[in-house]
Design a binder for this molecule. Structure first.
Ligand code: PEP
Length: 336
């Protein structure tokens, strides 16, 4: 994208540091918000006269200011996101006990995004209990139709009525319930349309890994799974890279191997589809035998932005320890 001919000569901006004034004849409120929220109060002086009239260039300017910031500083802070996938575990009473044990400690941590995904039936009581705790609540699946004769299914609007996010494409759904890249895509689109945040799971099996097909499999899953998704919608998507051989086996990928997939396969694909800025802002979780012992090393990697945690999310002490590890890493990453 390039500015139009009329605006191009004025497409100049200078960084002011320390922050002083924001001079923008385009849309000061919007810019100010961007910077104070996302970019640590570093302001830019916008030298622009015509953007007020040209909506296209105004948007482009905001985008390029942010992109330039990223290029200049090499800095983009993605908030680490740790989500517990409880799978088919925990009755309502057990879920209440688990949350009672961990919410006080989780509520103290605000530099990490936290979430839990209980079974559907426990969701309302979990939502109630998590209120004010900063812990998001998600569903483990969603159907794509809005309503009708689909016994056993739950529609996106029904999930969105109570949940913040939903997980789609988990390898257990793919393995046991016939989930395909096409149905992942349908669920994703319907969930986004209902206003949900979505964790999209991808990952290769052991055989695929051993055959050297990791990149090809993940590329196919993402290309087909994210087909037709726009840049604006991408902001609500987290990718979870979960090598199937690592799920529930105690055999986590090494931080280096996982990071290689995140950095060299997934992020470039996101860049191709959504552009540089958006791809830099999107989070890529790792999932597969995360424990309190390996969490810090995994989260410290450049492109591992949190985790989707199965087994270790079912016990308060291990899930809290993983979130605490994430919090420590977040502080260290900020200081770099
Ligand atoms: C999962 O199922 O998403 C998962 C990562 O499980 P575990 O942490 O138990 O390997």
């Amino acid at each position: 994208m390039v500015p139009c001919k009329r605006c191009a000569p004025f497409f100049v901006f200078k960084r002011i540091h320390p922050p002083k004034t924001l001079i923008c004849k385009g849309s000061p409120a919007q810019l100010q918000l961007y910077y104070s929220m996302d970019h640590g109060g570093i302001f830019y002086k916008i030298e622009s006269l015509f953007f007020k009239k040209c909506k296209f260039c105004q948007d482009l300017l905001v985008k390029s200011v942010i992109e330039n910031y990223l290029i200049e500083t090499g800095e983009i802070m993605r908030k680490i996101f740790v989500a517990g996938n409880w799978k088919m575990n925990k009755t309502i009473a057990e879920a209440q006990d688990l949350l009672e044990a961990m919410l006080p400690q989780l509520a103290e941590i605000d530099n990490v995004e936290k979430g839990v995904a209980p079974v559907y039936l426990a969701i309302p009581s979990v939502v109630e209990q998590c209120r004010e705790s900063g812990v998001k609540v998600g569903a483990q699946n969603v159907f794509w139709e809005a309503s009708g004769a689909y016994t056993g299914e739950v529609a996106p609007a029904m999930v969105a009525e109570v949940c913040d996010f939903v997980i789609v494409g988990h390898s257990e759904r793919r393995k046991y319930f016939g989930e395909t890249d096409e149905t992942v895509n349908k669920r994703l689109k319907a969930a986004l349309a209902a206003g949900l945040e979505v964790i999209v799971c991808v990952g290769e099996t052991l055989e695929e890994n051993e055959a050297g097909l990791t990149a090809a499999v993940v590329t196919r899953q993402l290309t087909e799974g994210l087909a037709g998704i726009t840049e604006a919608q991408a902001a609500k998507i987290t990718i979870a890279y979960e090598p199937v051989w690592a799920i529930g086996t105690g055999l986590a990928a090494t931080p280096e191997d996982a990071n290689r997939v995140h950095k060299d396969v997934i992020r470039p694909l996101l860049k191709q589809q959504f552009g540089k800025l958006t791809s830099q802002q999107m989070r890529i979780q790792y999932g597969g035998s995360i424990t309190a012992d390996n969490a810090a090393e995994l989260f410290a990697m450049s492109d591992i932005d949190g985790g989707l945690v199965g087994g270790a999310s079912l016990k308060a002490d291990s899930f809290v320890a993983i979130v605490q590890a994430a919090s420590k890493v977040a502080l260290e990453k900020k200081e770099l």
